[in-house]
Structure formats: C-alpha cells, structure tokens
Design a protein around this ligand. Structure first.
Ligand code: ADP
Ligand code: ZN
Ligand code: ZN
Length: 781
C-alpha cells in the first residue's frame, strides 16, 4: 500500500502528523464505521487530533496549550489552531495519548471555542460521509455546519423576550390612570394569552421604558425563548387541526408504520401521485411528536414550497422549521440550534438538511426519494437519501422513503426484502387515475411542437372551462438555430453542444456554460438568410399557443419566467383559483404541485430519455413523465394525458403508457441485472478535466493501468473500465474524461477507489488537472 502524500506539499504545518482515516481495515456493509468517537485521554499526555477545513484527507495533531475544558478533552469541540501561516477553526476528532510526530514539533492550539462538544451523532454522520464518499473530513464537517459556527461563533441561538401578563395585571386598579400608553400596552399584551414577543411589541409602537414600567408595577413579566422555535400561541396538545379520516389503504399503511416507531426499519411508501402519502407522513409524525421525539423531513429542491410548509405548520401545534437556501446566517444557526436542543419538533429541508443535528430523533422521511436533487454533484458528492438511511440506522429510528415512482435502487431493496414495501394504489379523495395515450407525431404538421391532435384536445378542454398543462422539457425558444441551405447549426464555441435560441432576450445561449451571443441575420457559413429555429422550447410553445388560443390566459413556468422570488408563487396562486387557462412549463411544473383544475396534460416530446448514453436516462424520463401525468385530474374531473412521440412503437414507451411505471421499472430492473449495472452492481466514477484532452487521457490511462495491475495482484473482484472521453467531451473549453470502477460488493469497490485516490495524490501531474471520485454516481456525464 502506498503511503498517502499531501496533495499540496506546502500548506500544512510541518508539525502536523499524517493520519489517514483508514477505511481498509473495516467492515464491508453499507452501514459500517460506527466506532465510538470519544476516546479516553491517556494519563500523562493529551494530543488532539483535529479535522481541518482543507482538501487533505487526514487529521492533524496539536497540543492543548493552556486552555482546557472543565470536563476534560473530548471529541467534538471546536478549536482555533495555527495551520500553515493561517489561523483556522477545526474540530477535535480524537483525544490521544501519543503522536507519531515528536512532541516538540507539535504546535499548541490557539484557543478552545466550545465548552461542550458538538453533537456526537452529527459528528458520527460527518465521519461516515467523509469516509464513504472519500472526501476530506474537515471539509465535510465544514459543509455540514452553519456558516457562523464555521467562523467560530459560539453555539447559541438568538433569543428574544416574550412578555406576558401576570395575575395582578388582570386587575391593574388605578395603577395606570395617569399612564395611558402603559394601559394600552397592557391591553395589547392581555389579548395574547401566551404573551407577545419583543419585536411584535415594538412593531406596535411601544418601547422598552413602557415595558419596564409595567414590569416594575408587577403587571407583566417576561421570559427568554429561541427566535427560531418560539412558544406556540395555540392551545397545548400535538395537533393544531384535526386529521383527515384515512381511507383503508392509508390506514393499513399507517398501522404498519406504527409498529416500528422505536427501531430502525426502512419502509418504501410506494403510492401513486395523489394517493395521500403526505397525509400518512403527517399522521406518522403526530405519533412521533406524541412520544416527545423529533421528525426530519427531506424534500426535493423544488418541493419545499410555501404550501408544503403551511400544510405541516397548520397541522402541528409545535415548532416546524424549514431549512432552505433563503435563510440568512443567523437564521440558519438559530434553526440548527433549535433542532440540536430539541426545541424544534419538525425539521423540513432539502438535501443538506440530512446533516441537521437532532436532540431526540424519532423518524426520518424522504419524500420523492427518487428525485435527482438529493445527490450533490460537487465537493462532497453525497446522496442525502442514502445518508438518511445510514443515519436512521445509527439513531435507531424508522425511515420512510416515499415516491410514486421509486428509484430502481429502492425498488430492488424492497423486492429483496431489505425494505418494507408499502403500497397506496388508489388516489385519495376518489379521483380517478388519468388515462395516458401516445400520440404519433410522425409526418404531422406542428405549431410550437404541438400536433393537430393535441391542439384539438386543448381546445376541447379550454372550451369546457378547464385548465390545461403543456409540458416541454426545454426552456428557451428552440433547442437550436439551423440553416436550411447548408445545415449549419448554432454550436457553442466552448462546448460540444448546441446553443439554445431565446426570445426574450433575443440571444443564443449555451445552457452548459452560459455563453451568450447575438442571433445572426444570415448563416455564418453560407450566407443564406434562411435560418430557422429547430424544435420547440417553452417560449415557442407559449407563442404558438397564444396564437392558436388568443383569448386564453397563458402562463409560462420555467427557470427564466420565475427568476423573481415571488413570481412562481403568484402564478401558482392564480392557477389555484381555477379559471380556465393554459400552463406551459418545464419540470418545475411536474413536481410537488397540486393542480386540481387541470384535466389535460400534453407532453410535447417524450423521446428525450429513449436514446441516451446514460443507462439511467430511461428511468429518469419515465419518472418525470409519470409525475407530469400525475398532475392531471386530481379533483372531481378525470384527467387525460397525451404523450407526443416520434417513436410510437418504442417498447419502453408503450409499456409505460399501457401498464404504468411499475411495469416498466420491472423491465428495467431485469435489464440492469443482466447488464451488471446498478442497483445490482456498485460503481465509482473518476472524472477528470483539463484544458488539453491528452493531459487527462494520458494520466487516466496510467491510472487505469496501475489500477488494473493492483487489482490483479490483490485478486479483488473490481472491474476497471476506461479511460473514455465523457459523453460531452468539451465543456467550457475544458476536456472531460472518466474512469469507471464497478464491483459486486461495496467493500471491494471502496478498497479499490481508496487505492486509486491515494495513487492519484502521488502523481505530480494530477495537481495540474481537476479530478474527483464519485461514489455511487447518479449521472454518467
Ligand atoms: P401524495 O403526497 O401521495 O401526492 P397527498 O397527501 O398530497 O398525496 O394527497 C392528495 C390529495 O388528497 C390532497 O388534496 C389531500 O388533502 C387529499 N387527501 C389525502 N388523504 C385523504 C383522505 N384520507 N381523505 C380525503 N382526502 C385526502
Ligand atoms: Zn448555411
Ligand atoms: Zn457552452
């Protein structure tokens, strides 16, 4: 085994000891590495092994200096340390009695920051993630912490005073006859049985002096509470509103889930869109809150909408905290602290919320578990669903993965009995499932991508006063611009990709590198003026529909039309009012939203995923089509879904339309098994990029050769494929290539990829290009 070397030889202190978190000696399952992290300091010497925010995959030894916590040194406290010429914040990972570095070469820490350690379970999860995804522990910890903690701020939430009336406040007698403002303030507070918080009081125009005066008279008093998780104004008890009576299927599922409230168990809640999964989550959480525990709910990036939140907030008489990108640093720290201290009852957040510490975890729910946004595509390339499962096991709590279109990974685990498979086959509230049909677009005239059959159906539904949703998988006006004389295509000068034609602003834009240019009047190659947009994006569909249905209100929803923060909400509110209209949008429309008045969904082009190089493309495209189709006919009117295609005979598409997602998923699983692909094998993908293709290929060829030689020598059943150029070779003038490892066992794959990582770190030329290793990659680009 080669010794790991530092990637950047100069940036760490000479005194630091090299300590690799060695993954090799440990066990083989996905749920490994649960060693205790608090080790007893030896009798004489205290050495602190500290994780430092740097790409180096090692911890560094320091001496405690004069600072010492009262209870003695434990893992999990933050320290300020000298690191190279800088001073940084690190976290003590282990307290040891010896170091491999001579003691006189170790440096002292500069300061101790925490009196008590950061949560042990949280630190455990960071360590797991760093090892599993082969990332620096210091960077992992850094990314899993609110920015203010990273900067060394104390772990304390902001608090605010809540003022309430005392018993004598009820009978002020004549104490306030000559203080009318104080009397008004007292009356204002009296209206709120649980009191008023200081900001609300100043918003009413009262000040500190008046408050103090009332307190000095004994009429009011105050207590401090957390800003993020204030005391509820509602009466006590878990529920703030009655639950819906469950239908038989829901009741059956909930009864099953109730059986395992006190232990780790993974359940796949596989329920068609609109089957009432969210209602099941809510009632499961109710049972968890009744036991005094907390719930963590992970939702896709697009799913954390004000409606979702208000559905949870309306239900529970307990603090429901949302963790989203709109929080500022203070709010983020407050939320973290409310979760850690147990003041928050329900935490709802996107991917990174999986790292939220909980005082008494009771359940984890991953909604739309198949969603791609759970996988982080840079830095620590983790999958939040997979980490959530590991975390639930560590915490000994149940976890529910919910989806109408489960990932093949989860389906396979449900079929082999590792997960409990719970089904909801009917829509709640008796809405009938939408009827899907394929529409052959070959040889048909098109307007904005829509054929005659779709246009007729749209007219019928609009005339009946209904809403229609048109789903287009590309934003912009047209996927590209082409010359009808010579066949020239508008290509990005920096990428192996076409530029998308946009109408507003009228530009050609590359969606891969954001490069923009003006739209030419004549063909740059042959000079012809016959330039035509090719294909249809949302803007073109919108334009064509506006021409065809000039009296109809058309709303476009895509990344361009919703750049303003509240634009999406305004549009959605208008749609919910139910007046007849046409919605045109990308997948932003397909996920999470309820459109009870939509009775027709038109999919402009279903062929995107059919012929892709990525083996997951068909799975993802089937999930998306099913989710879009699920938007139709949620209320009393049955829905129809028209799927336009140029490949009406394609067997996968037919299977999806005729028998549904589950049938197609079965087929895909069989294919994956035969082809030796995930979920039946495990993969790691090393990606590299450089300004010169030869540089990546040359290094990756040596890496592949060295890897294969080592695998051979070790007799390890890991397959190493490549290097090959990435499916899109050139992006932003950089060349991409990859090397793929695959294995039947995770442990073998990990052993191999850890070796590869170390080998790369020893190559001088590896420092000149960017590379990364992605464990369980979701996309093969
Ligand atoms: P999913 O999460 O599976 O898409 P939801 O929980 O959002 O489904 O439920 C879909 C719709 O059905 C919602 O409007 C919800 O209020 C309603 N619903 C859910 N459960 C019931 C029930 N037991 N009785 C009546 N309506 C229900
Ligand atoms: Zn031309
Ligand atoms: Zn580009």
């Amino acid at each position: 085994m080669p010794t790991p070397h530092a990637r950047h030889g100069t940036c760490y202190p000479a005194a630091a000891r090299e300590t690799t978190l060695d993954s090799r000696a440990e066990s083989s399952s996905f749920y490994f590495w649960s060693k205790p992290i608090v080790s007893k300091p030896g009798p004489d010497r205290v050495i602190l092994a500290v994780a430092v925010p740097s790409p180096l995959k090692r911890v560094f030894d320091y001496l405690p200096g004069r600072d010492a916590p009262e209870e003695g040194w434990v893992a999990g406290v933050r320290v300020r340390i000298p690191f190279g010429r800088r001073s940084v914040i690190g976290v003590v990972i282990e307290v040891r009695s010896h170091s491999d570095v001579p003691l006189d070469r170790l440096r002292d820490i500069e300061a101790l920051i925490d009196r008590s350690p950061l949560p042990a379970d949280w630190l455990w999860l960071c360590r797991f993630a760093a090892r599993y995804y082969q990332h620096s522990l210091g960077e992992t910890i850094n990314g899993a912490m609110p920015a203010l903690l990273r900067q060394g701020r104390p772990l304390a939430a902001r608090s605010q005073a809540r003022w309430f009336m005392t018993a004598s406040g009820r009978t002020p007698d004549d104490a306030l006859t000559r203080a009318p403002r104080q009397a008004e303030l007292l009356a204002a507070i009296a209206q709120h049985p649980r009191g008023l918080v200081a900001p609300a009081i100043s918003a009413l125009g009262f000040n500190r002096t008046q408050l103090n005066a009332l307190r000095d008279k004994g009429l009011i008093d105050c207590r401090e509470e957390s800003v993020a998780a204030p005391v509820s104004d509602r009466p006590s008890g878990t529920l703030a509103e009655p639950t819906l009576p469950l239908n038989r299927e829901q009741a059956g599922v909930l009864a099953e889930l109730h059986q395992d409230l006190d232990r780790f168990r993974v359940s796949l809640l596989h329920g068609v869109t609109g089957s009432g999964k969210t209602e099941v989550y809510l009632q499961l959480i109710e049972a968890v809150l009744d036991r005094g525990r907390q719930a963590l709910v992970l939702v896709p990036e697009i799913g954390l909408t004000p409606q979702t939140l208000s559905r949870f907030r309306k239900r529970f008489n307990a603090p429901v905290i949302a963790l989203h990108s709109g929080l500022n640093d203070n709010e983020r720290l407050d939320s973290w602290e409310a979760a850690r201290s147990g003041r928050a009852a329900v935490l709802i957040g996107t991917r990174s919320a999986v790292f939220t510490p909980l005082a008494s975890p009771g359940v984890i729910i991953v909604d739309e578990e198949h969603d791609g946004s759970f996988k982080q595509q840079d830095s620590l390339r983790y999958h939040a669903r997979d980490l959530a499962i590991v975390r639930a096991q560590h915490d000994g709590v149940p976890i529910v993965l919910g989806s109408a279109t489960p990932s093949l990974e989860s389906l396979a685990r449900a079929r082999d009995g590792h997960y409990r498979h719970l089904r909801l086959n009917t829509r709640a509230g008796n809405a009938a499932p939408a009827a899907l049909s394929l529409v052959d677009l070959r040889g048909k005239p098109q307007r904005g991508g829509l054929g005659p059959q779709a246009l007729t159906a749209i007219r019928e539904h609009l005339e009946a006063g209904r809403q229609v949703l048109v789903f287009v998988n590309r934003r912009g006006f047209a996927p590209t611009l082409t010359c009808h004389q010579c066949g020239w295509l508008a290509e990005c000068p920096q990428c192996d990709a076409r530029m998308t034609l946009h109408r507003d602003p009228h530009r050609l834009i590359c969606h891969h590198c954001e490069q923009q240019r003006g739209v030419p009047d004549a063909c740059p190659k042959c000079g012809s003026a016959d330039l035509r947009p090719q294909g249809a994006g949302t803007e073109r569909a919108e334009e064509a529909l506006q021409e065809a249905f000039s009296d109809t209100r058309i709303m476009r929803i895509d990344r361009d039309s919703t750049r303003r923060r509240d634009a999406m909400e305004q549009t959605l509110a208008e749609i919910r009012q139910g007046t007849s209209c046409l919605l045109v949008g990308t997948q932003m429309l397909a996920k999470g939203h309820h459109f009870p008045h939509v009775t027709l969904v038109v999919v402009v082009n279903a062929d995107g995923g059919l012929y892709s190089a990525d083996f997951r493309a068909l799975e993802h495209s089937a999930q998306l089509l099913t989710q879009v189709a699920g938007r139709a006919g949620r209320a009393q009117h049955p829905g129809r879904v028209l799927i336009q295609t140029l490949h009406p005979e394609d067997p996968s598409l037919r299977l999806l339309v005729e028998e549904g997602y589950d049938a197609l998923a079965e087929e895909l699983l069989t294919e994956r098994r035969l082809a030796g692909l995930p979920p039946f094998r495990f993969m790691a993908l090393m990606r590299g990029e450089s300004a010169r293709m030869e540089a990546v290929i040359e290094l990756f060829t040596r890496a592949g050769d060295a890897m294969r030689a080592w695998l051979n020598e070790r007799g390890l059943a890991v397959h190493c494929l490549g290097p090959v150029p990435a499916p899109m070779e050139r992006r932003q003038n950089r060349y991409h290539a990859q090397l793929l490892l695959s294995a039947d066992r995770r442990s073998a794959l990990h052993e191999a990829s850890a070796w590869l990582d170390e080998w790369m770190m020893q190559q001088a030329d590896a420092r000149r290009l960017r590379y990364s290793i992605d464990i369980d990659p979701q996309e093969m680009y």
